[in-house]
Design a protein. Structure first.
Length: 121
């Protein structure tokens, strides 16, 4: 159950070192609750724990960023999301981003494909 919402079927789900993203029929849930977020909090002051539910009608884009010397991360663009700054660490720990795993990120790529299909990109 999602806080007062009816139970919905999970379309795609991916967990990384920075949290998890779950795609439902009409919404997306970003959960940033890992130890990595707590570690970065001391360096950047970012909020370590976030759970955000976003209606798909507000999502305007999705991207997987592959920095040269940092872990990959998925960024969800939606109304009210913080804009990209161009600074890798800052963007990777923003409230609309989730750090992916060090290896085997197939679930993130599947989630991205499913989300893009629903957004008609």
């Amino acid at each position: 159950m999602l806080e007062g919402k009816a139970i919905q079927q999970v379309i795609a789900h991916a967990e990384g070192i920075g949290g998890a993203i779950t795609l439902y029929n009409n919404m997306l849930m970003i959960q940033r609750n890992s130890w990595v977020n707590h570690a970065f909090r001391w360096m950047t002051g970012a909020t370590p724990r976030i759970e955000r539910t976003i209606p798909l009608r507000l999502v305007s884009g999705v991207a997987i960023v592959k920095p040269l010397i940092f872990n990959e991360f998925m960024v969800i663009a939606y109304a009210g999301a913080p804009p990209a700054t161009g600074y890798t660490i800052h963007d990777a720990i923003a409230e609309n981003s989730v750090l992916m795993n060090f290896s085997d990120n197939r679930k993130f790529y599947r989630l991205k494909e499913e989300l893009e299909r629903r957004l008609d990109f």
